[in-house]
Write a protein that binds this ligand. Structure first.
Ligand code: FES
Length: 147
């Protein structure tokens, strides 16, 4: 297990004046800095913001952006909001789960603002519309992200 360095998270807490009501903003900053929210950071945030660990966990699990595992080399988000579901995004998730390699992190997202081209996905920050399983495979193959 690699050793946890509390310094970066301490800095972010300080930047937000250690205000517990800034927890969501601090968590966004932690993800921007570390790529995810490690369990040790949850403990540290609870201690330094004077919150219970359950409070911090509750916020982390409520927001989909706060992953608790280090991300893969690529992050693929498949839209799960209504327009995309109506166009088959659930099937796309099932396809992705069975075909993605371990270097790809799959996450749900709720509307990418690309509903007219549903189902939509986001691959490493780039939105792609009208994605069926064949197109999905082609996009991922270009990344070298399939197993
Ligand atoms: S519902 Fe999927 S992009 Fe809007």
């Amino acid at each position: 297990m690699s050793e946890y360095d509390p310094q970066p998270v301490s800095q972010l807490i300080e930047q937000h004046e250690a205000r517990p009501e800034m927890l969501v903003q601090i968590l966004h900053a932690v993800v921007a800095r570390l790529g995810y929210v490690p369990e040790d950071a949850i403990r540290q945030l609870a201690d330094e913001l004077n919150l219970s660990r359950a409070d911090v966990h509750g916020v982390v699990s409520y927001y989909h952006d706060f992953r608790t595992e280090p991300p893969g080399r690529h992050v693929v988000k498949i839209c799960q909001a209504e327009a995309c579901q109506a166009m088959g995004s659930r099937e796309l998730v099932a396809h992705a789960e069975s075909s993605l390699g371990s270097d790809v992190t799959l996450e749900p997202v709720y509307c990418l603002g690309n509903c007219a081209c549903a189902p939509s996905i986001m691959v490493d920050g780039k939105t792609i519309g009208r994605v069926d399983s064949k197109r999905f495979d082609r996009v991922l193959a270009r990344l070298g992200g399939t197993a």
